[in-house]
Design a protein around this ligand. Structure first.
Ligand code: NAI
Ligand code: MG
Length: 363
């Protein structure tokens, strides 16, 4: 083991495994990250703070995390998150009480979800066998359909025609910052194309504002090819013409759905990584696999850790460690190429086997 030197950059990371397979994949990610740190010859190390927040915490305390939970992690360099949700707690309580509270409280307004086709992993798309596919979904992560705006029990007569409203909130500032972020990302990629996902034919207020902002911002990026596609057509395009995709920017709900579709097309929900970014770095950003807590396979050591490991690679990039990020991404690719795969992608390896194989493949 390399002992930290005075020059070692030590990153304070809050780990929140939360529920179900979140515990297994965060454990895998920490093992890999600590291995990378050991092998960095004193360049960097991690100081972990593990929080036991989640549905078990809820059973003991009646809430998903302490009242001052966000304050407890606000000075972290990053948050490494597992997944939240367990049958003992209604999903809207667990999600809002932990994940959304952190994302929205820390203004992590940009959610980056790469759709990565890995060697050795079979895609349900036949096209993927012959065509290189690689795109990234950029999700507006602070408002839109998940603004939490609405109410129920309007007439107070449950069972007698109760009314619920759920409004989406679109602000010009919110649209513009995510669209600019997506344009900037498109500029860093060889293809330089940005697709905006809309539904302005049916949603004539919020989505029309979204379109207008997209059109206005487009003028500042003449070097980026653009298109605007309705969300229903975009879901078909993901399957029929995925080779046309590069960066896809969409509202909170639309991108949530499309990114699950993208990860399923890449082979499994268990493969997909994501970064919830506060690009201004006023607050910590949060890195988590796209998948949920998968209660159907939790605790068996069979879940795929690749989504969480890919999220760790995104975290390394965010921390200014691009070489370590590349090394981890290569380790993931090499592991898949060698056929060390969990059952969700047709293999028989355990979570631990995959983790060990990634560690063996680092550099
Ligand atoms: P899910 O993502 O947990 O599972 C969907 C399917 O994918 C299941 O068949 C599951 O076995 C499989 N799967 C997921 N992750 C996997 C992995 N790492 N390896 C292999 N297979 C994997 O979504 P579901 O079932 O809709 O939700 C379960 C719980 O997770 C709910 O409580 C839900 O609210 C919560 N959830 C939390 C999220 C988060 O914390 N970011 C995101 C999505 C759901
Ligand atoms: Mg989702």
């Amino acid at each position: 083991m390399t002992t930290p030197t005075t020059d070692t950059r030590t990153f304070d990371i809050s780990a929140i495994p939360a529920d179900g397979v979140g515990l297994e994949v965060v454990d895998a990610g920490r093992t890999v990250l600590d291995t990378l740190a050991r092998e960095s010859k004193g360049e960097f190390s991690f100081s972990w703070r593990e929080l036991d927040w989640g549905s078990d915490y809820y059973a003991r305390h009646g809430r998903m995390m302490p009242e001052d939970g966000p304050d407890q992690v606000s000075d972290s360099d990053a948050i490494y998150f597992g997944a939240v949700g367990w049958p003992t707690v209604p999903d809207h309580i667990s999600l809002w009480g932990l994940r959304l509270r952190l994302c929205q409280g820390f203004d992590q307004w940009a959610n980056v979800r790469p759709v990565t086709f890995l060697p050795g992993v079979e895609s349900p798309l036949r096209k993927a066998d012959t065509t290189p596919l690689d795109w990234v979904v950029v999700r507006e992560n602070s408002e839109g359909e998940y603004a939490g705006f609405g109410g129920r029990n309007f007439n107070g007569r449950p069972g007698q025609g109760e009314v619920a409203t759920q409004s989406a909130v679109f602000t010009e500032v919110g649209c513009e910052r995510i669209i600019r972020f997506a344009f900037d990302l498109a500029r860093t990629r060889p293809r330089r194309k940005l697709s905006s996902v809309t539904k302005s034919n049916a949603q004539q207020y919020g989505m029309v504002l979204w379109d207008e902002v997209f059109e206005r911002v487009t003028a500042d990026y003449p070097d980026v090819e653009t298109e605007s596609v309705l969300v229903d057509a975009m879901s078909a395009k993901f399957i029929l013409h995925p080779e046309d995709l590069d960066v896809v920017v969409a509202s909170n709900l639309n991108a949530d759905i499309l990114s699950d579709l993208g990860s399923a097309l890449a082979g499994s929900l268990g493969l997909a990584a994501s970064a919830n970014l506060n690009p201004e770095r006023r607050f910590p950003s949060m890195f988590e696999p796209v998948h949920g807590s998968a209660p159907n396979i939790a605790g068996k050591g069979l879940c795929n850790p690749i989504g969480a490991l890919g999220s760790a690679a995104l975290m390394l990039d965010h921390l200014g460690l691009p070489d370590a990020a590349k090394s981890l991404q290569r380790g993931i690719e090499e592991t898949c190429r060698r056929g060390v795969l969990t059952p969700d992608v047709g293999g028989s390896a355990t979570t631990q086997d995959v983790t060990n194989a990634v560690i063996d493949s680092l550099n």
